[in-house]
Design a binder for this molecule. Structure first.
Ligand code: C2E
Ligand code: CA
Ligand code: CA
Ligand code: CA
Length: 278
């Protein structure tokens, strides 16, 4: 006999695509989706700008929904964050990402970037869970980078930042995601355990035109020099054209990510295209 979940999926058919997907129904199905393995990861390479080599990969979660098909994280991560399901889902993402990437590149683990949501950040199990995941996969902490949005850290006090400091001291990299979109208090950067700034896509977009907007150029230049002065590496997001890539390299950005290099792809495809052995 079918369980209630199965029946509900069937009832939601046949013209559901034409309707707006009900947030409540998505929210209600999140726990079952986790149990049924409906989530999967895609990976997008991070490219070292100095030589064009792959420097790691960002893991990005997707939901293979039985009715609505493939859903991007913007559709369900906020819902999971709201209900708290992000904690077990985020743990699954971390485990899966570290385990999958640890087998790539002929035993030399490729660095993997995993997104952390604010709820995970404030969960008491973050540090022990992360250590357990690394040990289970047999990879060093330096093969993991946790991405945290700067907005998640705004207003965080010393106690709330402690787990991140602990992980950083173990050798886990910490990246400040979507940098430049929040209320960046640049002076605050010194108080955060970050090792990398991920410059938000909106800055990259400003470098799309020929010639580029001089204000955007100045902005990127300033952030790069400040970051480097503080010992932070700079990764740029959303690089879509050669023009952008050339400029961002000339402006001193260290690593780049975007469709110009590669779209996110499933684990097997990524390993084939990017994780060459040797
Ligand atoms: P993000 O962390 O800023 O991830 C980058 C997003 O930009 C990804 O969207 C990626 O597919 C997209 N992207 C990459 N290159 C380009 C480009 O050249 N142009 C454009 N226009 N977009 C590009 P995606 O996969 O839809 O993820 C959206 C957001 O969902 C992520 O933004 C992140 O905040 C969140 N997310 C994804 N996976 C996870 C996860 O496992 N846990 C948590 N907490 N959040 C996640
Ligand atoms: Ca990210
Ligand atoms: Ca980002
Ligand atoms: Ca984003």
């Amino acid at each position: 006999a079918k369980d209630a979940g199965g029946n509900r999926y069937e009832l939601a058919d046949p013209d559901s695509d034409a309707r707006a997907i009900d947030r409540h129904s998505l929210t209600n199905h999140l726990p079952a989706a986790l149990e049924r393995d409906e989530f999967f990861l895609e990976y997008q390479p991070l490219i070292r700008m100095s030589d064009g080599h792959v420097d790691g990969a960002e893991a990005l979660v997707r939901w293979k929904h039985p009715v609505h098909g493939r859903l991007g994280p913007d559709r369900f991560i906020p819902l999971a964050e709201h209900t708290g399901l992000i904690v077990p889902l985020g743990r699954w993402v971390l485990e899966q990402a570290v385990a999958q990437t640890s087998t790539w590149a002929g035993g030399q683990p490729l660095r993997v970037n995993v997104n952390l949501s604010p709820r995970q950040l404030h969960h008491p199990d973050l540090v022990p869970d992360t250590i357990a995941v690394l040990e289970a996969a047999g990879v060093p902490p330096s093969s993991l980078c946790l991405e945290v949005t700067e907005s998640a850290l705004i207003g965080a006090d010393e106690d709330e930042l402690k787990p991140l400091w602990q992980l950083a001291e173990l050798g886990v990299d910490i990246a400040l995601d979507d940098f430049g979109t929040g209320y960046s208090n640049l002076a605050n950067l010194r108080k955060l355990p970050a090792t990398t700034l991920k410059l938000d896509r909106s800055f990259t977009q400003g470098l799309q035109r020929h010639p580029s907007d001089p204000v955007d150029v100045t902005f990127v230049e300033g952030i790069v020099s400040l970051a480097h002065a503080l010992g932070l590496a700079v990764t740029v997001e959303g690089v879509e054209t050669e023009h952008q890539a050339d400029q961002l390299r000339d402006l001193g950005c260290d690593t780049a990510q975007g469709w110009y290099y590669a779209r996110p792809s499933a684990a097997a495809e990524f390993a084939k295209d990017w994780a060459t052995t040797g």
